[in-house]
Ligand binder design. Structure first.
Ligand code: HEC
Ligand code: HEC
Length: 237
């Protein structure tokens, strides 16, 4: 019996590579009577399947994203390292997070007049491509000014250990021991402008940026703790 290549779609997420392997794996030849005669084909198909990297949530095209990112360069920097603390850096952000935030700006669930205007003309493909481009850029790490070293140290205690008396979980549990985040939901904080991080904590607290996890955490922090933890994590290696 000849192989039949007609079967498409074994992969739960659409993806060319897996679909091809799936076609081979599920083709009539492999499923039919000749299965037992073709153990090598099955093993090869399985090996390819196992060796293929796990799907990333982001299917964007970083090369196309680079062209589209010219629209963002004036504020976020051409490579996503912004020079001005008014604008967050995007370089090296966990894949998936930028796309999620762009979608929130688009729906108005994250309110910002500048970004609302920026995302209005973007398609889903644009959003995925921009995410792929910026998340692949190298983040440039800042340093803590001499005068702020002590403040950053107390911020470090909160970041690593939380604040038990009030029931604040350690930030590190979700944003990672080195502040690099966990894809796709938990953002990278290291390399970010500390002023921006502090403003976001304030926004979570006042719910101008409402989030079911971060708002209750920020609600328990004092302005001083927000400043200290932001300083600490912004330069964390
Ligand atoms: C005119 C300036 C400006 C331009 C141009 C701009 N942005 Fe922004 N962007 C901002 C500001 C200001 C914020 C912070 C919003 C806030 O405080 O909530 C922001 C926030 C963001 C965030 C959230 C980052 C985070 O860590 O949560 C993302 C993602 C983003 N911008 C992506 C883009 C992309 C992609 C483009 C290009 C299509 C773009 N921006 C163009 C000003 C700009
Ligand atoms: C239980 C998990 C969890 C813990 C613990 C946690 N965070 Fe977060 N944090 C998140 C998630 C999820 C987001 C993304 C919110 C969104 O999607 O809008 C976030 C977003 C943020 C942002 C915004 C980043 C940006 O680029 O806009 C800051 C700043 C932040 N967290 C700081 C902290 C600090 C400081 C602590 C500790 C006091 C902390 N977080 C503890 C889950 C957590």
């Amino acid at each position: 019996m000849r192989a039949s290549w007609g079967w498409v779609g074994a992969c739960p997420v659409s993806c060319d590579r897996h679909t091809n392997v799936a076609r081979l794996f599920w083709s009539r030849e492999l499923l039919g009577t000749s299965v037992m005669k073709r153990p090598t084909s099955i093993i090869i198909a399985l090996l390819i399947f196992v060796a293929t990297p796990i799907h990333s949530a982001v299917a964007g095209d970083a090369v196309a994203g680079k062209v589209k990112a010219q629209l963002c360069a004036a504020c976020h920097g051409a490579d996503g390292n912004s020079a001005n603390s008014q604008f967050p850096s995007l370089a090296g952000q966990v894949p998936g997070y930028i796309a999620a935030q762009l979608t929130l700006f688009k729906s108005g669930n994250r309110a910002n007049p500048v970004m609302a205007g920026m995302v209005a003309p973007l398609s889903q493909t644009d959003i995925q491509d921009l995410d792929a481009y910026f998340s692949a850029q190298q983040s440039i790490l800042g340093s803590i000014p001499e005068a702020d070293v002590t403040a950053a140290e107390s911020g470090g205690a909160l970041y690593r250990g939380g604040f038990k008396a009030l029931g604040v979980a350690p930030c590190m549990g979700c944003h990672g021991p080195a502040g690099r985040g966990i894809p796709p939901k938990y953002p990278r904080l290291t390399g970010q402008h500390p002023e921006y991080l502090e403003r976001q904590l304030q926004a979570f607290k006042t719910e101008t940026r409402k989030h079911r996890v971060m708002s209750p955490i920020a609600f328990l922090l004092t302005p001083q703790q927000m400043r200290e933890v932001s300083l600490y994590v912004s330069a964390l290696k």
